[in-house]
Design a binder for this molecule. Structure first.
Ligand code: GP9
Length: 418
């Protein structure tokens, strides 16, 4: 009957939310939000080189700008629902499910998602993604999350020349989207989901502007070329936004959705990074870029605090000066006074300020040194058991999030708060 909600709300107030407002609250009030979800974009390529050439030259410049906030220790938290899980995390500040994709299993639930909240503040919301609308059950789920419109594959001119792999290439995606953006009611919240940097990372020869890598993994070898292409596509999009005049009235958010190079390619990855891929490094490889570009802002910086996709919703809403009453989630405003000090992964592993818990081992986050074995972690009494208490809280938090979804608890919550 929804009584579980009281316990969950208490937990969130005590452990997750901080009541102090960030200095940046409302700095982007009334601005359009252009959110670019970049397929399989991992942080290891940022500020990195291949054969002496920057892999992502445009984004490397962008994060240095005074108008940009870049989170260098931001982790993806997806599970089996991959891109759809990252969308779910972003829109709801809830965790994806332990198995299956919540976009399929609980698409009929009540939610209190970002498009719906922004709608109450006069925003028009849409998604631009050149794939079949029913992929990941998006057509159903988007309506339920409060999106006003979904520009799917049929909204774009897709030809043999302008597509590869999964469909329309990123450059024509942005190019063809300009007409939609220019005629859109403002302020708008618009999400782009790119496709070119999708496994197996195919690219036409004429689009390649960086060499392939040379290792035993074709996947990793190709990856540098497709992510460079996407970097160029985003650069071109910024130019078009500036030329159209939309740039000044918008904030642009760029986020990687999940990893592209799985652990099957660790040998090649280890060759590229020049270090062994331990479980600690494997977790560090779950970092994805998160960039917020705020035209006109001049306090840009690189933020090293740990962060995750669960934190996107409260962070963006705060920048927009929106503090909805009716809000229940497990993320924090990354620009505010922090409270929760771990990033939880769906399998119960986590990163905290001081530790990384991966494959049953607790590591020192700064040095990567292994501190305890799994058996130590589960024995609460040991004084050396530093990961154990955090692990317990992570499990509790994940199960609260599951309770909300499995019990469709927003039915009661929205009712209470109306
Ligand atoms: C498909 C695209 C890719 O529309 O979002 O999804 P993924 O395979 O990365 O989950």
């Amino acid at each position: 009957d929804g009584n579980e909600l009281t316990e969950i709300k208490d937990y969130i107030n005590e452990n997750v939310k901080s009541n102090e407002q960030s200095d940046l609250f409302g700095i982007a009030k009334g601005k359009n939000v252009i959110f670019i979800s970049v397929e399989s974009f991992q942080s290891f390529v940022i500020n990195n080189e291949l054969y002496g050439e920057e892999v992502t030259p445009f984004l490397n410049e962008l994060i240095k700008e005074d108008s940009s906030l870049y989170f260098e220790n931001f982790y993806n938290q997806v599970a089996q629902g991959r891109t759809s899980d990252s969308e779910f995390l972003v829109e709801n500040s809830l965790y994806p499910l332990p198995s299956g994709a919540v976009f399929f299993t609980n698409a009929q639930n009540e939610y209190n998602a970002m498009p719906e909240i922004l709608g109450d503040y006069g925003y028009y919301s849409s998604v631009l993604h050149a794939n079949n609308k029913s992929f990941w059950n998006r057509d159903i789920m988007y309506k339920n999350l409060g999106y006003d419109y979904f520009y799917g594959e049929e909204a774009f001119e897709v030809t043999e020349e302008n597509s590869i792999g999964w469909g329309l290439k990123d450059k024509p995606l942005f190019e063809q989207s300009m007409k939609y953006l220019q005629s859109m009611e403002q302020p708008f919240y618009t999400k782009f989901i790119t496709l070119t940097n999708h496994f197996p990372f195919e690219l036409d020869e004429e689009d390649a502007t960086i060499e392939r890598y040379d290792s035993n993994s074709n996947t990793l070898n190709n990856y540098f070329q497709t992510i460079r292409y996407t970097d160029e596509a985003i650069k071109q999009f910024f130019d078009q936004l500036k030329a159209s005049g939309l740039y000044e009235d918008s904030i642009i958010v760029i986020m990687g959705d999940h990893f592209g190079i799985s652990e099957n390619h660790n040998q090649a990855m280890s060759q590229y990074l020049g270090k062994e891929i331990t479980p600690y490094e494997q977790t560090q490889l779950q970092r994805v870029p998160f960039i917020i570009n705020i035209p006109g802002y001049d306090g840009g910086k690189v933020i090293s605090d740990i962060a995750g996709q669960i934190d996107v919703k409260p962070t963006l809403l705060n920048l927009l000066g929106i503090q909805p009453q009716n809000n229940l989630g497990f993320g924090i405003d990354l620009l505010g006074k922090q409270k929760e000090d771990f990033v939880a992964f769906r399998n119960g592993e986590f990163v905290s300020d001081d530790y990384v818990y991966s494959s049953g081992t607790c590591y020192d986050r700064q040095t990567g040194e292994a501190l305890e074995s799994q058996s130590d972690v589960s024995t609460q009494e040991k004084p050396s058991n530093v990961c154990g208490p955090i692990k317990k809280q992570v499990e509790k938090e994940l199960s609260y999030s599951d309770e909300i979804i499995y019990g469709d608890l927003f039915r009661f919550y929205n009712f209470e708060n109306k």
